[in-house]
Write a protein that binds this ligand. Structure first.
Ligand SMILES: [Zn+2]
Length: 491
């Protein structure tokens, strides 16, 4: 029906002679009408969780601008028949109705009507009040590691008494608040100004404990942060920093990820979303002096947290347990640049950076193919070599693909301290089919009838999902952290 009408219109347009007078004057008063950057940006610094609306008019008009329910009912009148001259206008909607009562979070419409001698014209733009949900199919099955860079004796970049470690912590805590409000699990590597681990210990086994001076050896701290994400089997790891340079010559925003990891495709996607959403947010602080510089996604091979598994690299000493999930290292702004430092000193800019990270996490989780949350219902601790070992495991699909031909498998690797970061698949102990049709967000409980390894000793039993295919057939190779359960075998 609609297609037929469109076809009729196209025919009519095609038949119209080029010199035919236009019957109704076209009203080109509206040059542009938009909700800027993201649904949350606003010139109203009292609340970041509001919509900024921008109008450019080529000529004067009587303007009516309302926020409507998607069904059409007017919620708030921002302009009611105001006579406005040609030019640029902006409004902010902080989420209340005309009576001042806060509206529920959700989808709304900005509805513009202009009227002048050329007639009337109207536009609508959708906007959202409040933060959009994260993985709405099952937010409680998602875990995010927030890892604010530096802390304690390790200050990070510092210029004119503005110190990176405090900025990173503040942004990390803001991101934590947003994610917790969305029903997502958050693991923080630190929530105060401490050096990690607190108290210090020899995490990597190199005989040296922690840094003794600012900027000193931090391999223990970095290894401990990675361990926290791996042990929590976090879906994503965000290592948030701000940048510094010895001159005033550098500024801008960049996001690093690991380009030599099995999860590099996923890490690159995650980093791309986080970078884009931060730039969107920072763009709303455009002024005569500030504009965001987008340095994009970069190879973080120089960063310990993003480097691949190795037991042989002499410096840094030992990398036995690299991050097993898509990990990004963010460098939001330069502390050393006077303009960007000025932004970082404003709470509203730090909130915007946290919102950018939140939206990047949201975008990644809305688009990733695979995710699994494992939990142990019942597992043996000690069994005879070659003995029967039944594991009852719960698996929750946290990706966006529905299961089809997937298998839950258990493999053994020799026990290692902490979590095994080698990504070794190990020796097969048992396998069970995951029922087809397990939709995003759904959970099932399965029993794997496994056989213990043929030698006595300590083992890690890895729970992994096999999806098949030529490349990366196991989900642990796609940044989905395998379950690791200790097992002892006796002669
Ligand atoms: Zn840093």
């Amino acid at each position: 029906m609609i297609r037929q009408q469109l076809a009729a219109l196209l025919v009519a347009a095609a038949l119209l002679p080029a010199f035919a007078p236009v019957a109704v004057a076209e009203n080109n008063t509206i040059s542009s009408f938009r909700v800027i950057a993201s649904p949350f940006t606003s010139d109203d610094v009292s609340t970041r969780h509001a919509a900024g609306i921008r109008l450019t008019m080529a000529r004067g008009a009587i303007v009516t601008l309302t926020i409507d329910q998607p069904g059409g009912a007017v919620v708030r009148r921002l302009a009611s028949g105001d006579q406005l001259a040609a030019g640029n206008y902006s409004w902010a909607w902080a989420g209340a109705d005309d009576g001042g009562a806060l509206m529920p979070d959700g989808d709304y419409v900005a509805h513009l009507v202009v009227q002048n001698g050329l007639g009337s014209d109207s536009r609508t733009r959708s906007l959202r009040k409040g933060m959009p949900p994260i993985y709405p199919a099952n937010p409680g099955a998602i875990t995010i590691l927030i890892n604010p860079g530096h802390g304690g004796i390790n200050t990070g970049a510092a210029t004119k008494k503005v110190t990176e470690k405090f900025l990173n912590l503040d942004i990390g805590l803001r991101l934590q608040r947003l994610l917790v409000a969305a029903g997502v699990n958050v693991v923080m590597t630190r929530t105060t100004d401490v050096h990690i681990p607190d108290p210090e210990f020899d995490v990597n086994g190199d005989g040296v404990i922690g840094p003794t001076k600012p900027g000193g050896d931090d391999w223990d701290g970095l290894a401990y942060r990675i361990d926290m994400g791996n042990e929590a089997r976090a879906d994503l790891h965000i290592f948030n920093h701000n940048n510094g340079a010895g001159c005033r010559c550098r500024r801008g925003t960049m996001t690093f990820t690991g380009l030599q990891r099995s999860w590099t495709p996923e890490g690159t996607a995650f980093a791309t979303y986080v970078q884009a959403q931060q730039i969107n947010q920072l763009d709303t602080f455009r002024s005569d002096t500030y504009y965001p510089i987008d340095w994009g996604v970069r190879n973080g091979r120089a960063f310990y947290t993003l480097s691949p598994y190795s037991l042989t690299v002499p410096t840094p000493p030992l990398e036995p347990r690299p991050a097993l999930q898509p990990t990004v290292l963010t460098e939001s702004l330069y502390v050393s640049d006077p303009i960007e430092r000025g932004l970082l000193m404003q709470p509203i800019a730090r909130e915007a950076i946290a919102i950018g990270m939140y939206l990047g996490i949201r975008d990644y989780l809305a688009t990733r193919d695979y995710g699994i949350r494992y939990s142990v219902v019942d597992a043996p601790a000690t069994v005879p070599v070659n003995g029967a070992a039944d594991y009852q495991l719960q698996v929750t699909n946290t990706g966006n693909q529905t299961s089809s031909g997937w298998k839950l498998q258990l493999h053994s690797v020799p026990a290692v301290p902490f979590y095994d970061g080698s990504e070794a698949i190990g020796d097969l102990m048992g396998s069970v089919a995951i029922p087809d049709g397990l939709a995003p967000g759904q959970t099932t409980t399965l029993t794997v009838h496994a056989v213990a390894p043929p030698a006595s000793g300590g083992w890690l039993v890895k729970g992994d999902v096999f999806i098949g295919g030529a490349e990366r057939p196991y989900l642990s190779q796609r940044g989905v952290v395998a379950l690791q359960v200790p097992l002892t075998t006796e002669p």
